[in-house]
Structure formats: C-alpha cells, structure tokens
Design a protein around this ligand. Structure first.
Ligand SMILES: NC(=O)c1ccc[n+]([C@@H]2O[C@H](COP(=O)([O-])OP(=O)(O)OC[C@H]3O[C@@H](n4cnc5c(N)ncnc54)[C@H](OP(=O)(O)O)[C@@H]3O)[C@@H](O)[C@H]2O)c1
Length: 330
C-alpha cells in the first residue's frame, strides 16, 4: 500500500520536512494546501507535488489524500486536525500539538472516537540516537533514573509581527522550544506531580524565557530551561544511580549520545539520522497507517496530552494566557 500525503501550511518547516520524503518507503507526497494560490503553487513546484488546493477544507476532502501534515502555527492546529479526523483523514500535527489542554484532548478524543490515526510531530523521539538512549536506559545501563536536565534557547530577533511574539499565533518560548525539553523529560520520567516555573513575559503577553522544575512523588526531578532571547547549547542529560547519558547539542536532533557508566571511560555511540532527521517520524506515520494502526507507540496521544498539561501549568505559573484557535476551520 502507498500512503498518500498532503501538506497543510507550506511555511518554513514544511519546506524542510517534505525534503525528507525521499527517505520514506511506501509514501507519496501528492498534494499541498495553502490559503494563497501563489504560495501553494510555488511550494508544489519546489517539491514536485501534483495537486494544489486553495483551501484547507479542499485537501481534507480530497479522496486521494490519506494523511495530512499540519504545519500551520500551533493555535490553528486544533480546528484543522478536528476537521481532518472527522472527515476520516489521518493527521501528523506539528509541535506544539495545540496551545491548550482542552484543544489537545478534543483532538485526541476525535482520533480515538473515529479510529483515525493522529500523532504529534515530535521528531526527536524517532531519532536513532534517542531510540538507542531509551534502550540503554531500559537495559539498566545507568541504573535507576533520578533526574533529567535539558536546555533549548535561541537568540530570536524577529520583530513583534513574527509568529514567535504573537499571542494569536501561539508565540513564546514555551510552545516552540519548551515543548522539546518538557517532552524529553516526559518521555523519560512520565507525568510530574509538581510543576514550578520562573521566567519573563514579552509585552505581547507571550513568554520570552523560563526555567521549569518538575517534581515526582519519589523525589525524581527535571530541571529545564528554554529561551527566545538567549542562545544556549541545547544539551540534555539523563542521570541515574549508575551513571549518566549525555545527549550533546542539539539534543532535539542528535546524531550521537555519550554513555558514562560509573567508574568506566565514557562511550560515544554514534547513530546518524536519515536526511535532515524528519524522515524517521514520517516513516513511523507511514508504517502505522499502512498497518491500520490508530496511534504510534513511540509518540502516543496520552504522552502528547501529558506534555500539554505540563505546558499549561507552566503558562499558568508565568501568568501567560495562551490564545487557543477555533475548533472549526476558519
Ligand atoms: N519540528 C520542527 O523542527 C519545527 C521547526 C519549526 C517549526 N515547527 C512547527 O511548525 C509550525 C509552523 O511553523 P513555521 O515556522 O513553519 O511557521 P511559518 O513559516 O509561519 O508557516 C506557517 C504556515 O501556516 C499557514 N497558516 C495558517 N494559518 C495561519 C495564520 N493565521 N497565520 C500565519 N500562517 C498561517 C501559512 O501557510 P498558508 O498561508 O500558505 O496556508 C504559513 O505558511 C509550528 O507549529 C511550529 O512549532 C516545527
């Protein structure tokens, strides 16, 4: 079976992601939808895509499209994903999945109710280096895991017009960068019982930077940092009773890890990614849909909900009020 893909929102990230389809067996990129006929046509020409739709509704209703990759700003994910799932079209939704726990739960409920595949495009989880790290942790290579530390900061100097600083477009550090450190901690430690956060807000009301401390009932913890104004290494570390694993910069798309077993020399484990690294999540979605499965075991909807709940708590601690998009197509 060939899984036929469409793209919604041909912006910056969509350009990068679709370039990796050459590494995805059993997938064909057949259509793109843009609110602008010119943008859609230019994207289709750059990537050799046959059909251009001039509305998001049209690509969702295209019977020749099995799954849409949703690459609009985050608040717009909710209405698009709900419309697609209710029409029987599978979705791969960019991170952040939505900007609210309510929005994320609605989309997850629609996927579960319809039995149509849905997944958050948290590409980090599918990198061979991350898969290797999880296997080592499961095998007890660093003993009992007690702590996760991760940072991700960029020096973003875009103007207030850019989506990064616009509340209506889901701006701020949390939903663009914080989602990576929170998701990484959630992947290793699960859902925290306590969330603390301290940071600053921009004049537009979105968060510029923050430190996040996650606490677990048995004393485990995660110390995380994200920033839109300070460049940081972008490293992660998982600490256990028998050693630690380092995910060197940038941890959200790594090509290697370093295993430090207590009392031994560090071992560097190389695990290069295919293409620009997006291929692995595309392969996962293509394979799950071809197999008729409604979710990914690597990035299940329950984990996406757990991550969204932590981000909601962080926003609350910072005094930020995320502006969720409508539940219907605009
Ligand atoms: N996985 C990754 O590495 C990664 C990296 C960067 C971004 N992302 C995620 O990808 C999503 C898009 O980010 P981006 O940087 O590609 O954004 P972008 O360059 O601004 O593109 C977003 C696209 O969404 C469409 N859109 C729909 N409603 C819109 C609205 N109200 N305002 C503006 N655009 C709207 C536009 O396409 P049309 O108007 O042509 O339809 C636009 O080209 C975000 O959720 C972001 O977090 C992921």
């Amino acid at each position: 079976m060939t899984v036929r893909w469409g793209v919604i929102g041909p912006g910056r990230i969509a350009d990068k992601v679709v370039a990796d389809f050459g590494h995805v067996p059993g997938a064909e990129l057949v259509a793109v939808a843009s609110r602008s006929a010119e943008r859609g046509a230019a994207f289709a020409q750059r990537h050799g895509i046959a059909r251009v739709h001039e509305s998001y509704r049209a690509i969702i209703d295209d019977p020749g499209v099995d799954v849409v990759y949703v690459a609009t700003p985050h608040p717009q994910h909710r209405g698009i994903a709900l419309a697609a799932l209710n029409a029987g079209t599978a979705v791969l939704v960019e991170k952040a999945f939505t900007v609210s726990s309510v929005g994320t739960r609605e989309v997850a409920a629609a996927a579960r109710g319809t039995g149509v595949f849905a997944m958050e495009a948290m590409w980090t989880r599918f990198f061979p280096a991350v898969v290797r790290m999880r296997d080592l942790i499961a095998d007890g290579a660093i003993g009992d895991v007690r702590s996760v530390q991760a940072d991700l900061g960029v020096r973003n100097q875009s103007g207030p017009d850019d989506r990064f600083y616009s509340a209506e477009l889901g701006g701020g550090a949390l939903f663009d960068l914080g989602v990576y450190v929170v998701s990484f901690a959630q992947m290793i430690l699960g859902s925290p019982s306590e969330v603390s956060a301290h940071g600053t807000l921009a004049e537009t009301g979105v968060d510029v930077e923050e430190s996040i401390l996650l606490g677990y009932p048995d004393g485990r913890s995660a110390a995380l940092y994200c920033s839109l104004q300070c460049a940081t290494p972008g490293a992660a570390r998982v600490v256990g009773t028998e050693g630690w694993i380092e995910v060197p910069p940038r941890f959200h798309h790594p090509d290697r890890i370093l295993l430090h077993r207590h009392g031994a020399e560090p071992e560097e484990i190389g695990a290069p990614a295919l293409g620009a690294g997006y291929a692995h999540e595309l392969i996962e979605v293509t394979e799950r849909i071809a197999a008729g499965e409604p979710e990914s075991a690597v990035m299940p909807l329950s984990d996406t909900i757990a991550v969204q709940d932590v981000m909601a708590a962080v926003a609350d601690r910072l005094g930020m009020v995320p502006v969720e998009g409508p539940a219907t197509l605009e």
